[in-house]
Write a protein that binds this ligand. Structure first.
Ligand SMILES: Nc1ncnc2c1ncn2[C@@H]1O[C@H](COP(=O)(O)OP(=O)(O)OP(=O)(O)O)[C@@H](O)[C@H]1O
Length: 425
């Protein structure tokens, strides 16, 4: 049995309810950000702060209660009409009232309330179970976490799961994608600046480290951090303090650092692109997210979850089922964009399909097409090989692992061709 509370009012969790008191129950705190609210379908009993009433779709399967400070009959009627079973008042009795409602549903305390990740991360494959085991270790300590996986495998989701299941869950989770910020802005984004620190710094601004203090910071694509900033980051991590650009004040840091990369960082170290000392500082626990094609048993459960999620978020969209042919098509596809691509394909198919079923033609999967003129010129077999390998290497943006899997050839063969200048990446 899972209990949820949606509120953006810290007071409710702060002064009225001590989170530890409810921690025997599976209390999940959502804030007003839509992404959390949209994750409430699997909650059994949900308490919603009345200030957020318009955000919450009470058609979800949970039993919904309002938390309100308006003891008004008309309000009660409104809540009933909106599908709420009742309401409890924001008062110093709030905690008792909450427990009364919970007990009414015979909610059994869960044995280990900190270790259920399945409300956020879907999938039942062995690979994902292994991820859950490492996640459990990560959340019960303050260790750094490093997530490795191809694009779209769920690295950011895992980072959120680490944060939301840790003792820091009521503090900020701040994510920053190093690769998406122009090089010259990364430093001020991470460390902040004082007014007048440089031209254009008309007001002082906190950096991401300060924003994340007491919570967690997620440094996505850390392998892209320029070398000079790696030195500064190392200093911040060693001294556990930060000061803004152009400032003298030092802020002590108490946060968890979660990093992610699609690159093999050790290779980057060996190639002199990543500082070895920083690599070891950040190392901590590593969570490897396998590509979707290596956990095929997750494809259909994930597809069903995305179908449900999409129709929950768009009340005018009916929940549709996958036909047998469409399941087969999904199972046989390669998914270079992993789970992100699967989600997009399913959402588009829902829109394209007529009726209650999604057929295989509704699933638009990018095809790998060999150039038509391939056979027009005469070549040796070796030349054909080179042309095909080069074609796929370009298609998959230089990702040798993809090409290896598609063409079933060894990585060393590809690297040899690159080394011999027979193909370019
Ligand atoms: N196990 C999962 N269960 C449900 N949704 C998932 C799962 N894994 C990934 N997703 C969804 O797939 C999409 C991509 O995930 P996410 O952004 O976490 O990937 P990423 O590895 O961080 O990608 P990138 O490397 O491109 O930043 C998101 O919409 C996320 O919610």
């Amino acid at each position: 049995m899972r209990i949820g509370i949606i509120t953006n009012n810290d007071q409710i969790l702060g002064s009225f309810i001590q989170p530890e008191i409810l921690s025997n129950h599976h209390l999940i705190h959502f804030d007003s950000e839509e992404k959390y609210i949209n994750n409430t379908q699997e909650i059994d009993v949900l308490f919603v702060d009345d200030q957020l009433i318009e955000y919450q779709d009470v058609k979800s399967t949970s039993k919904n209660y309002l938390i309100t400070d308006q003891d008004l009959y008309s309000y009660f009627i409104k809540a009933k009409k909106a599908g709420y079973l009742g309401f409890i008042l924001k008062s110093d009795q709030l905690e008792n009232e909450l427990l009364k409602v919970i007990n009414q549903f015979n909610v059994k305390p869960v044995e280990n309330p900190e270790s259920d990740f399945s409300y956020l991360i879907k999938g039942k494959s062995k690979a994902i179970q292994k991820v859950f085991t490492v996640l459990e270790k990560a959340t019960s300590s303050n260790i750094n976490v490093n997530i490795v996986g191809e694009t779209g495998t769920g690295k950011e989701l895992i980072a959120q799961a680490v944060h939301q299941n840790s003792s820091r869950k009521h503090q900020n989770f701040v994510a920053i994608n190093v690769a998406s910020i122009p090089k010259e802005l990364i430093e001020s984004e991470l460390f902040g600046y004082e007014e007048g620190a440089f031209t254009g710094a008309s007001t002082a601004r906190k950096g991401k480290f300060e924003e994340a203090n007491y919570g967690s910071i997620f440094l996505d694509e850390i392998g892209e951090l320029p070398l000079e900033l790696q030195t500064k980051l190392l200093r911040v991590l060693q001294e556990r303090e930060v000061s803004r650009i152009g400032g003298n004040e030092v802020v002590s840091l108490d946060l968890r650092i979660i990093t992610a990369t699609h690159k093999n960082l050790l290779n980057e170290v060996n190639n002199g692109r990543f500082r070895e000392d920083l690599y070891y500082r950040l190392l901590g626990l590593t969570i490897e997210l396998p590509p979707l094609r290596e956990r095929k048993e997750d494809i259909i459960p994930l597809s069903n979850y995305f179908l449900e999620d999409y129709s929950n978020k768009n009340p005018s969209v009916k929940l549709k089922q996958l036909s047998e042919a469409s399941k087969l098509k999904l199972m046989n596809y390669y998914f270079p964009g992993n789970i992100r691509q699967l989600r997009a394909v399913i959402e588009l198919a829902t829109t394209l399909s007529e009726g209650n079923q999604i057929s295989d033609v509704d699933l638009l999967l990018e095809k790998v097409e060999i150039k038509k003129d391939l056979l027009e010129k005469e070549r040796t077999l070796e030349e054909y090989n080179i042309e095909i390998i080069e074609y796929f290497l370009k298609k998959y943006k230089g990702k040798v692992n993809y090409v290896r899997d598609v063409l079933k050839i060894s990585k060393s063969k590809i690297y040899q061709l690159i080394k011999d200048d027979k193909i370019t990446r």
